[in-house]
Design a protein around this ligand. Sequence first.
Ligand SMILES: Cc1cc2nc3c(=O)[nH]c(=O)nc-3n(C[C@H](O)[C@H](O)[C@H](O)COP(=O)(O)OP(=O)(O)OC[C@H]3O[C@@H](n4cnc5c(N)ncnc54)[C@H](O)[C@@H]3O)c2cc1C
Length: 306
Amino acid sequence: MIDALIGTAAAYGCRVERDLPLAELTSFRIGGPADKVITLPDVAAAAAINGILVSQNIPHFWIGKGSNLLVSDAGFRGVVLKLASGGAPERLDGERIRCFGGVALPALSRFAQVQGLTGLEFACGIPGSVGGAVLMNAGAYGGCMGDVLESVTVLRGDRAVELPANELALGYRHTAMMESGEPIVSATFRLQPGDAAAIDARMTELLTARREKQPLEYPSAGSFFKRPEGHFAGALIENCGLKGFRVGNAEISRKHAGFVINVGGATCADVQELARQVRRKVLTETGVLLEPEVRLIGEEWKSWEE
Ligand SMILES: Cc1cc2nc3c(=O)[nH]c(=O)nc-3n(C[C@H](O)[C@H](O)[C@H](O)COP(=O)(O)OP(=O)(O)OC[C@H]3O[C@@H](n4cnc5c(N)ncnc54)[C@H](O)[C@@H]3O)c2cc1C
């Protein structure tokens, strides 16, 4: 089975790496090895490989830029799939842009700016891929992917299927693909005409705000917890006196309490224990239960509740 997979990967020009530490593929710099990591250059390759994995029931997991992931220290026994980051977004008729899922979100945002199209400024500092950002319905500064998404192309086995945005159950950090598990290989966006210089100025302003407020000098997965209704996770954590709270080498950032940072050599176990203690204290002191926004991958997961 695995031989057929590797043969197909070679035929489609995929890169195959064995026992690759997933720490190398995540912004948290945490995570043990995956048995195989296959990097897929295009939709045809992704469809062919996905078809084999789904039909043969081979354990697999899709990652983008790994910027919203916490990977277990034991890694992942199976195949990790990643769309290659090469390729440029494509301007379609009117104010529409189509983009391969592996492209970096900031590159898509910049492409729109150069084209004089407004709507993707919010995304310029989100360090994900287009596929990962669509899956998460990523957002910032009042905008989110769902606001500008026209359609996505997902894989059903070895078939590429286009779905309109109104069929994607778009919500706060939620999409239908979270339940279906269908990988996103490309997305089409509908933007508005705008002034390239004004869009550029807004992007600069947002990037500056990020640098000032977020601990970008440390590995992290961005905001660790979702925003609870009517609250901000960072403010709740800060008000519980948890800024700088540490377990092993994982720490609640002193700059922004919504971020868990890896101060050097943190393990997944450190982060999990930290998150557990933070959740418990915030629940006891405020009555609000924080839900992790980061997605979990790997072996031997213990529940957040323990
Ligand atoms: C410094 C920093 C700042 C951040 N700021 C923000 C922010 O402002 N707003 C925000 O929303 N997020 C933010 N994030 C989190 C993260 O960047 C986003 O969630 C991003 O959209 C994740 O994209 P990714 O490609 O890195 O996905 P990954 O982290 O690789 O994966 C995330 C999820 O998407 C799935 N996935 C990845 N690719 C695909 C695909 N092609 N098809 C189907 N599923 C896929 C994975 O299985 C996983 O469940 C930040 C992170 C960091 C480190």
